[in-house]
Design a protein around this ligand. Structure first.
Ligand code: ZN
Length: 685
């Protein structure tokens, strides 16, 4: 590689904003390789001459991190917002090398030993809390990656890791493959009565994709129902043909439980190997290993939460079930539930997304959101005068200022969906982490990516209520990323936060969308300028607690099954995983469906990263509801009190991020440990 290429390669700069406007697929391979070469050189120099001190060890590691922040993270970012075949190929060409480098770094024995020396040296006491916590987390991560093991134990550990990674890939693939084997083709238009238009479109399109030269139309069919969620979900919600619902329901419930795509044996192997891995690392069960890096800390703490939420939801879930049964008149089968839930929803809350959208133009919603942030946290958010280098003309760039005018952070907002090049969903990510570079403070810069409805012609983007909630959610993550006061990038903002605590700020912000003055204040009908009428707000607000008892028990069932399998369950023992599943399913109001093979497609815990962690969804809801309750307690409409509480929230949960244990930070904010009371109250339970 010649110097000229590298000088012109935007991936190789190490200051200022990344040049998203200049980065092209052809920069990726040479740029990333050169950064890797520099990083490898730095790592080798470090390993050869280790000083167990912050300056001698952690600062050089931070310099390596900085290389990736500029050379690799922008590539990953562009892959998700400006995808193209060329970029994908370039990314894939170097991905293996980047992953290998990351592994080498995390598994470095010399670095691990030096970190340990530092931890037990006299200079440990001179380090800040944030510095100590980063080192503790690094030591723990290395330990859990098997760095401290030796000999036969180490060899076995590596074997287990390999097998687990293969099994988890195979598990996910089996779910995908099994899903593909199913189709229900509907020819008779009578069977589409009650369907939503989107379902007709999706299923006609699906028919055409599956049959060459077919010309199905949404109006005349044929319609092909698959087990993909956007197909099967609305079908079960709206199909009036009970026999067809039964057929689809049973296929979904038994997904990936039958040869040749049967995941049952994989589940047993995965659970067995996870237990063995946990034992090698000094834990009794895999759940203990998982919880050792989480806020909840112990299985007992999680089970206490399960029990409290379950007890409070039982009666409401019974009531939900009875109401549904009365509405359906004939005895409810499992394949009737979703259908009647939708009929009940229509009766109680006769509004649609389309009715709400005109009240939520994006500019108005942003004004409302920024106004709320000013009120709560005393920050001013202003669109930047000089546009930042961006990857698309719709992207906007904002600065965040303190009341005294100090620049605290900046963020990109990429609001609209672009299906051809941008992946679905919404997320917040770091662009530049807060850190000191050569003594200078780099303020955090983050990405806020949504997939909202784009503007049409002169009309601004009109948001559904769901899109508004999503924006608030991601902005909450963003606030934690931007208002951090921690200069150690590994534990600043959302970095280093235990993952069962990472949703506090995001879900906290969502709560404000149900606060009447806040919500009404950010509505203005696109034509009339009118704010959202009271009756629509009331319906929105009431729909929040619709069937919350049943919903709660369903989530608890999943969390409890996950925890039982990774803790009490004895892999290879007399009880089968199916028995555990069926036993726990008794907590729901309706007796469990005996053909339910939920575990065979529970990809969160067998194909993804949620093993002994599924409870986190509820845990995070408890925390965020309880944090919001602190504001309710002082009076949501008392501006001065809200500002005081907002200040406290900012100084604890937002500012300190991963630099302290989340329980300590929460207790500092709330004055006590979290309670389930607020979540239950908000859920109407
Ligand atoms: Zn989130």
């Amino acid at each position: 590689m010649t110097e000229t290429i590298s000088l012109n390669n935007p991936l190789l700069q190490t200051s200022g904003l990344p040049r998203f406007d200049q980065i092209r697929p052809q920069h990726v391979v040479p740029g990333v390789r050169q950064a890797l070469a520099q990083a490898t050189e730095k790592l080798e120099a470090l390993e050869a001459d280790l000083a167990p001190s912050w300056e001698g060890l952690l600062q050089p590691l931070e310099a390596i991190d900085l290389l990736f922040e500029y050379a690799w993270h922008p590539v990953q970012h562009l892959l998700s917002v400006k995808n193209s075949e060329a970029l994908r190929q370039a990314h894939d060409a170097v991905l293996g090398e980047v992953v290998a480098f990351g592994l080498r770094l995390r598994q470095s024995k010399p670095i691990y030993d030096a970190l340990k020396t530092l931890k037990h040296s006299e200079s440990w006491q001179t380090l800040s809390n944030a510095q100590q916590r980063l080192i503790d987390q690094m030591l723990q991560e290395a330990k859990h990656a098997g760095v401290a093991l030796a000999g036969a134990a180490k060899a076995r550990f590596i074997e287990i890791e390999k097998a687990l990674s293969q099994l988890s890939t195979d598990f996910s693939n089996a779910v995908l493959d099994a899903r593909k084997t199913f189709e229900l083709v509907i020819q008779n238009p009578n069977d589409t009565q009650g369907w939503r238009n989107t379902l007709k479109q999706i299923s006609a399109q699906s028919y055409n994709q599956a049959n060459e030269q077919a010309s199905a139309t949404p109006e005349t069919g044929p319609w092909r129902i698959t087990l993909d969620y956007p197909s099967a979900g609305p079908f079960l919600d709206h199909s009036r043909n009970r026999r067809q619902r039964e057929h689809v329901f049973k296929a979904m419930a038994s997904l990936a439980s039958l040869p040749p795509h049967d995941n049952t044996p994989r589940i047993d192997r995965i659970l067995g190997l996870r237990r063995e891995k946990a034992k090698l690392l000094g834990f009794d069960t895999y759940a203990q290993l998982s919880l050792s890096t989480k806020m909840a800390g112990t299985v007992e703490a999680v089970e206490r939460m399960f029990a409290e939420l379950q007890n409070a939801s039982k009666a409401a879930a019974e009531q939900d079930h009875n109401t549904l049964q009365q509405l359906a008149k004939t005895p409810l089968a499992h394949w009737d539930v979703r259908f009647w839930v939708e009929r009940l929803r229509e009766r109680r809350f006769d509004y649609t997304d389309e009715q709400l959208r005109p009240y939520f133009p994006l500019p108005r919603v942003l004004e409302g959101l920024f106004g709320l942030c000013k009120k709560l946290f005393g920050i001013d958010i202003k669109e930047a005068n000089d546009p930042a280098p961006a990857w698309h003309p719709d992207v906007r760039f904002y600065h965040v200022f303190d009341e005294d005018g100090a620049h605290r952070a900046s963020f990109y907002l990429d609001p609209y969906s672009r299906p051809q090049e941008k992946r679905g969903g919404a997320w917040m990510n770091n662009c530049l982490k807060r850190r000191r570079v050569n003594g200078q403070l780099q303020v955090p810069v983050i990405f806020l990516i949504c997939n909202g409805t784009p503007p049409v012609g002169e009309k601004p983007s009109l948001m559904s209520f769901g899109e508004v909630l999503t924006l608030f959610h991601e902005f909450g993550h963003g606030l934690q990323g931007m208002l951090t006061t921690v200069d150690v990038p590994g534990v600043s903002g959302v970095n280093g936060v235990e993952w069962d605590a990472v949703e506090i700020a995001s879900q906290f912000m969502e709560n404000w969308c149900y606060h009447k003055p806040t919500l009404i204040g950010m509505t203005a009908h696109v034509k009339t300028g009118q704010s959202l009428p009271d009756d629509l707000f009331d319906k929105l607000s009431a729909s929040r607690t619709f069937r919350s008892g049943s919903g709660m028990l369903r989530q608890l069932k999943l969390g409890m099954t996950d925890m039982a399998l990774h803790h009490q369950f004895d892999p290879g023992g007399p009880q089968s995983v199916l028995e555990v599943q069926q036993q726990i399913a008794q907590i729901e109001a309706m007796p469990p469906y005996e053909g339910d093979r939920l575990l065979c497609h529970f990809s969160h815990i067998f194909g993804g990263g949620y093993a002994a962690g599924y409870y986190s969804y509820k845990w995070a809801e408890v925390l965020s509801a309880d944090a919001f309750a602190a504001f309710e307690e002082v009076g949501l409409d008392d501006e001065a009190a809200i500002a005081r509480m907002g200040h406290a929230f900012r100084n604890t949960l937002l500012a300190q991020g991963g630099s302290r244990h989340p329980m300590e930070v929460f207790v500092e904010f709330r004055g006590r440990e979290p309670s389930t009371e607020a979540l239950l109250r908000h859920s109407g339970l």
